[in-house]
Structure formats: C-alpha cells, structure tokens
Design a binder for this molecule. Structure first.
Ligand code: AMP
Ligand code: MG
Length: 310
C-alpha cells in the first residue's frame, strides 16, 4: 500500500527502541508489540498525534483509546483510583488488564483520547519492548490495536503492515504476541462497583466483576472482520471454506490441536489472517468451549462472524 509515509521496520534491540521513542516524542505514529496484540502508539498528550491515530486507522471518533503507562504512579496522575482499582492494578499490572476509571480534571490528555467521556481507559503493559519505549518517551502513550478499523487485530509486525503500511511511521518487530487477544477491560465506578466491559486474557475476570453483563461502549458488533463470511461451530468445512480447527477437529490451520485455550487465543488472529489471505471465499471455525479464555475467544469470533454491511 502506498501512503504518506515510508513505514520503517524497527528491530527489538536498543537502537530500534531508541528510534521508536524518538519518533513518538516528535509526534509520530509507531506500532509497538504488547503481550496482547500490536498497538498503534502516539503521545497521549499531543492532540495532532492522537488525531493521526484516528486518521491512520479510519477509526470513528466516538471510540475512545486505551492509554498505556509505565507505572501505577503515572496512571494515578490521569485517573481517580477507588480502592478496588488499586487492588486490581496491584494484582494484574504490568499485564493484560485495562481499567476504565474516572478521569482526573487535571489529567494532561488530548481531548480525543477519551472521546468526550468523563472516564479514561488505562493499562500498564508487561511487554519488555513496550515498557522500554514508554520509559524512554517519559509520558503516556495512547494505543489502540494497530489495524485499520474493523479488521482483524495484529499479532505480528506483518499483520500490522498488511493494513497500515505507508500510513504510519514505523513498526517495532518483536515477533508474535504471547496472549494474542486484546486486554480484559474492567470499569471501576466511583462507588467501587466493577463491571466487565470486554472479556480478555485474564480468565479470573468474572471473580473481580460485580456483573457479568458485557457492555462494550464504542465496540461495534462487526469487528475483527476478515472480509469474508465466517461460520462458527463448524464440525467440518464445505468445499469453498477455509477451515480453522480446534481440538479433535482438524483444519487448514488449527487454533490448538490439543484443545489448549491459551494456545488458541495466541493463534486466533493469525488463523483469521490466514483465512482472509486464502483463496477460499468463506471461513469455517470449529466450536470453542464457552469457559475460561474461551469466553474471550468466542466474543472475538462472534464479532468476526457478524455479517459485513452491504
Ligand atoms: P482497542 O484498543 O482497539 O482494542 O479498543 C479500545 C477499547 O477500549 C474500545 O473497545 C473502547 O470502547 C474501550 N474504551 C476505551 N476508553 C474507554 C472508556 N473511557 N470507557 C469505556 N470503554 C473504553
Ligand atoms: Mg481494535
């Protein structure tokens, strides 16, 4: 894809990390690895840089961004932390947990980051490259998933370039992401009530939430879409289907031959990317149990299978 920028591919070493931090400090867009998926980062306090994220992704302006921080102390400068939020952060940060919290009035954040909401979504990621870049930039980074809006999320640098080459300054290539699906999102209300907004890699999330009703403001029903019809709970493929297997059900590729849900989460988007690139016009996916990490995997699969608008 040709675009405004020549997108640099940076390596996961001190020179690559320093270059990523330089580009970001100057207001650029850099796709960075995290333990969940690759994120498209920009300085969260820089209005033009944040506007560039929305433009590069084609993301609707009402869908707010997650702000990534290097530490709990940096997060506390941006949001109010009820006691339960501090407990959840202590238990899961750094890691794949995003907390939606009341935004502090004096938080230095670009207005578009929170899309006008009185809350802000915060995460302290564990990936060493992401942590190193956050520390060198010295301030929070807004980073949604590094894909064009609505497409399958990226778990490799090649997935990022498949939709954003020429639209961003650089991608830092640290190989495949370990968790493979987006962070668990919990909202902690001012009275301490906890709501699950998006299931994710933290499978014990339901223990922490006071409601299991999944609401996902800004998350569209059609999402993670590979651009062709997807059939779920398939026990085998039709002639024109690319089959994604799981457990005892084989396929053109498999989420996990042994039925391991952590492996399935890690491989989910790579399998959907394979299916999208294959010559077959349709994709079929074997059933995945609705338990533990399977809840988050099925959430993503249902959105991938939602009919594409005519
Ligand atoms: P992405 O980073 O592309 O996975 O998307 C970020 C997700 O975080 C979206 O589903 C947003 O709706 C959600 N999000 C970000 N900020 C907030 C917020 N203040 N309240 C609720 N959800 C949020
Ligand atoms: Mg996304």
């Amino acid at each position: 894809m040709s675009g405004k920028y020549a997108t640099e591919r940076l390596s996961d070493d001190p020179a690559g990390i320093a270059r990523a931090a330089d580009l970001l400090r100057a207001g650029g867009l850099v796709a960075l690895p995290t333990e969940t998926v690759y994120g498209l980062a920009a300085r969260a306090d820089d209005d033009p840089a944040v506007a560039r994220i929305y433009r590069a992704k084609g993301r609707p302006g009402f869908n707010p961004l997650i702000v990534h921080v290097a530490s709990l102390a940096s997060a506390e400068a941006l949001a109010e932390f009820p006691d339960r939020a501090r407990e959840l952060a202590a238990a899961h940060w750094p890691g794949p947990l995003t907390l939606v919290l009341p935004r502090r009035r004096d938080a230095t954040l670009a207005a578009a980051v929170t899309a006008g909401l009185p809350t802000v979504a915060l995460r302290c990621p564990a990936h060493p490259a992401m942590k190193a870049v956050l520390e060198q930039v010295g301030g929070p980074l807004a980073a949604p998933s590094a894909n064009r809006s609505g497409f399958v999320s990226p778990t490799t640098a090649d997935h990022v370039l498949a939709t954003l080459d020429g639209r961003i300054d650089a991608v830092l290539d640290a190989g495949p992401c370990s968790a493979g699906i987006e962070s668990t999102i919990l909202a902690v209300r001012p009275d301490g009530r906890v709501e699950l907004l998006r299931p994710g890699p933290i499978a014990s999330e339901k223990d922490g939430a006071d409601t299991s009703a999944i609401e996902a403001p800004g998350q569209l029903a059609t999402h993670y879409a590979p651009g062709k019809p997807v059939r779920l709970a398939a026990t085998g493929p039709a002639a024109d289907e690319f089959m994604i297997g799981f457990g005892g059900i084989p396929g053109d590729c498999t989420l996990s031959p042994s039925g391991d849900l952590a492996v399935a989460a890690q491989r989910l988007y790579a399998c959907l990317h394979h299916g999208a690139r294959s010559g077959k016009p349709r994709i079929a996916v074997a059933p995945v149990p609705e338990e533990g990490l399977g809840l988050a995997i099925n959430d993503r699969l249902r959105r991938a299978a939602c009919p594409v608008e005519p």
